[in-house]
Design a protein around this ligand. Sequence first.
Ligand code: TXA
Ligand code: MG
Length: 340
Amino acid sequence: MSIRTKKVKGTLLLDGSPQSIEKAAAILRKGGLVAFPTETVYGLGAIATSQEAVNKIFIAKGRPVDNPLIVHISSIKHLYEVAADLPPEAPYLARCFWPGPLSLVLRRAEVVVPEVSAGLMTVAVRMPDHPLAQQLIRAVGAPIAAPSANLAGRPSPTTYRHVIADLCGRIDAVIIGQDCRIGIESTVLDLSGEQPVILRPGGLSREDLETALNCSVHVAGSKFMADKPSSPGMKYRHYSPRAPLILVTGFPRRQQLFIKILSLFYGKQGLQVGILNTTSGGKQSKNTAPERLAAALYRSMRTLDARGVDLILAADTISSGLGLAVRNRLRKAATRVLRV
Ligand code: TXA
Ligand code: MG
């Protein structure tokens, strides 16, 4: 019954065996921090019912304390324990899309400590579509608060290697799983107001939500919703590689031309230029379907950083399907947006 484990700088690396899940659950129950794979990105978990445990997340990540965390559950029935006064859309959407990349913002129940929600009266809840995440939450027997398992401001981790690079020595354990299937965070949908509003576009498309709800769903911060602030986390320059990123928007063909010109221009100045493959604008091919772009986005940012590039250039992407989330992350990551 040996658990295949290794310790690096005080952080346990655990495989996905039942014994390892038990070990990870015991660490969480005692108030420790464990990173685990989900279908979107790796999460950094702490028990959501302990103020002390949740505070450790903010310290390990260097996360601003006014940025609330998502609570992860392993069954729809637990939705009724972590949230209160549910509107009818909540269980309906949960049945449609859980387990999956949708976080629902609802009134927070008392069992979830206020630190999870950064003092807000609401809480974001989701049920991840990943066997290891579900086994872990079930084994703990309590809801797990988990932001993405990266240092604040860095791109979210889509492989366990990213987690180790950012958090080794700062957290108790990492459960090693496969690379994340979706590669971009969940869609955060606010159900606490008069109408559903997307606070953060993500792994579930707006079109899928609109079909399920049979109405249009606006995105916070868009021209329709100028008065509705997006989720607190969206105000930080986020999801960023270390190198400055120039995002080129406008007509797709001109974008490509400009990227070539800029690349030559900066190259001549002796800068090492990296180009992010984000072009699903114009003609779509299999290689550039938004799902593929989403799955590769954060990994590509980190790869370019590891190569030590001085500057990253990226073209804009289409806004349908997961393209909306990719576009959103590119804008957050950009130091400059050029319209051509
Ligand atoms: O896919 C995901 O959502 C991943 C995996 C691990 O589940 N988690 C994730 O968590 O991306 P994090 O902390 O990196 O992003 C959570 C986002 C932030 O933008 C935060 O502001 C927003 O959700 N959020 C959390 N609770 C909220 C609330 N009560 N009201 C509004 N926004 C909230
Ligand atoms: Mg994050």
